[in-house]
Design a protein around this ligand. Structure first.
Ligand code: NIG
Ligand code: FE
Length: 409
């Protein structure tokens, strides 16, 4: 009997990233992929494909098919820029010095509050297009530069609007606990009350966030304050993520893992005990080599220990105006290898399967497998190692979002 599907891609090699297939990339050579609706319905060696009739057949010409890339940690919607801060840091001031002097995140808060939703939308578009042009089909966008109910909601609405106008999946995260706004100076606990009692409930009412994040650090919020944010998120049924141990060891990672966080992010300063807690709870590690590079950090996250413990390691841009104004997920893959010691296959897992874990969407994305969304990129390359090795010239030849052909960026 002849099977039917909407789209059939043949004559490709597939780096499925399916851990149940052999090899680090889960490769199927000379593969065929059948798609019906927005899902993959069959994938395997072309010679095993049952007789299939398709509305559209694409000859992949021996190129490589991968899951669409996932950038699981961005702050892509913001006002202004921080080029002058970059110059100050080059002159010797640290990221923390600049933040304590009222610059850093708070300078972007001033610019974001002053910008209209329209202005934020237009400022975000080139960053989004840059990510999409490199094969990104899913990304996360955090708020955290509004720090009051109106401006946090404004940022999240802009992120949702981008998703309506661009062929890309966008998950949004409320990061109201990112920094203490100036009007709450000396009153951090009261600001956390505002986050828990007003901002998060308002965000949840409008369904503006898929998750809640917080910055647990000496220059931001304490472990106890973050625990209160986590409890508030739980009451609203929102999963949590934590910016943890970027600049110092604080206990944030262990607290987040015990609270069942989806992910902890940055984590340069985590301990063996933290790694064990993450492995136990299934909390993913989100590695942000672009922030490490930009801030000229010297302490690397304990990749060997995370690997040995089986903790999923995602890689992301952290795209933001301060610690990583770099809109290139492929460069992050390269930095993940060169700066943090990942293998090229771990780097690809970091922007597909493990990034999906960090966002809580691994049941639908991040791997090429029947039943999952047909978000895919087709690459003109000879080996998937090239994705972490080459930056700039290697771009996807074709991209598919839910089985639909999309034009990159
Ligand atoms: O992930 N660490 C805190 N937040 C961002 C930086 C934001 C900024 O500097 O504007 C980060 O690095
Ligand atoms: Fe971040």
């Amino acid at each position: 009997m002849t099977e039917r599907c909407d789209l059939l891609i043949t004559n490709v090699h597939a780096a499925t990233m399916d851990p149940s297939l052999p090899g680090a990339y889960g490769v199927v050579e000379d593969a065929a992929v059948a798609v019906t609706g927005n899902k993959i319905v069959w994938i395997g060696p072309r010679r095993e494909l049952p007789e299939t009739a398709a509305d559209l057949v694409i000859d992949g010409e021996g190129q490589w098919l991968t899951p669409g890339l996932i950038d699981c940690h961005t702050h892509l919607v913001y006002g202004g820029h921080r080029a002058s801060e970059f110059a100050r840091r080059l002159g010797g001031e640290s990221y923390e010095d600049v933040a304590r002097a009222g610059g850093g995140i708070l300078s972007t808060v001033r610019a974001t509050r002053a910008a209209s939703a329209e202005e934020l939308y237009h400022a975000a578009e080139p960053r989004l297009k840059a990510l999409m042009s490199e094969g990104v089909t899913t990304l996360e966008i955090k708020s955290g530069y509004g720090l009051d109910p109106d401006n946090e909601l404004k940022q999240l609405r802009v992120a949702r609007r981008l998703a309506q106008h661009y062929p890309v999946n966008i998950l949004t995260t409320c990061l109201a606990a990112h920094a203490l706004p100036p009007e709450y100076d000396g009153r951090a606990d009261e600001y956390i009350d505002l986050v828990c009692n007003e901002i998060l409930p308002a965000v949840a009412r409008e369904q503006l966030a898929d998750a809640v994040d917080m910055f647990c650090e000496n220059i931001a919020f304490s472990v106890e304050q973050c625990q209160r944010v986590i409890s508030a998120a739980r009451k609203l049924d929102l999963p949590v993520k934590v910016h943890a141990e970027q600049l110092a060891s604080t206990g944030a990672t262990k607290m987040a893992a015990l609270a069942g966080a989806l992910s902890v992010e940055h984590i340069e300063y985590i301990t063996d005990e933290d790694v064990a807690a993450m492995a136990e709870s299934g909390t993913a590690a989100v590695l942000l080599p672009g922030a490490f590079y930009t801030l000229k950090e010297t302490r690397v996250p304990p990749v060997d220990k995370l690997r040995a413990a089986g903790v999923p390691m995602a890689i992301s841009t952290d795209l933001n105006p301060g610690s990583c104004p770099i809109a290139s997920l492929r460069l992050m893959m390269n930095m993940g290898c060169n700066l943090f010691g990942l293998t090229p296959a771990e780097a690809l897992a970091g922007v597909t399967r493990s990034a999906a874990r960090a966002l809580g969407i691994c049941c639908s994305r991040g791997v090429l497998r029947p039943g999952l969304r047909a978000d895919m990129a087709l690459w003109p390359m000879e080996t998937p190692d090239q994705l972490a090795y080459e930056v700039g010239a290697l771009k996807p030849a074709e991209m598919f979002l839910g089985g639909q052909h999309v034009t990159a960026g």
